[in-house]
Design a protein around this ligand. Structure first.
Ligand code: SF4
Length: 78
């Protein structure tokens, strides 16, 4: 099964809340009003979460598509 990685460039979040509204399983707004990718780890200048199921990939791609500043990316894990 392919693995995917969700990348979130949190520093550029404009706190619109769209990702958390669309995908509360994976996204929430934190106490600073910024989006948080739940369970992710910081890697250099962004946060990452590995996902494995197709439904999780679709859900996070929808979150990526709704982000007005395009700071959520879903990529196949190398
Ligand atoms: S959709 Fe993008 S800009 Fe809006 S809260 Fe989520 S990560 Fe931040």
């Amino acid at each position: 099964m392919d693995k995917y990685v969700v990348k979130h460039f949190r520093d550029q979040c404009i706190s619109c809340g769209a990702c958390a509204a669309l995908s509360p399983t994976f996204w929430k707004m934190d106490e600073e009003g910024m989006a948080e990718l739940i369970g992710s780890v910081k890697v250099k200048d962004h946060f990452e979460l590995v996902i494995v199921t197709e439904s999780d990939r679709v859900e996070n791609q929808e979150a990526a598509d709704c982000c007005p500043v395009n700071i959520i990316h879903v990529e196949k894990k190398k």
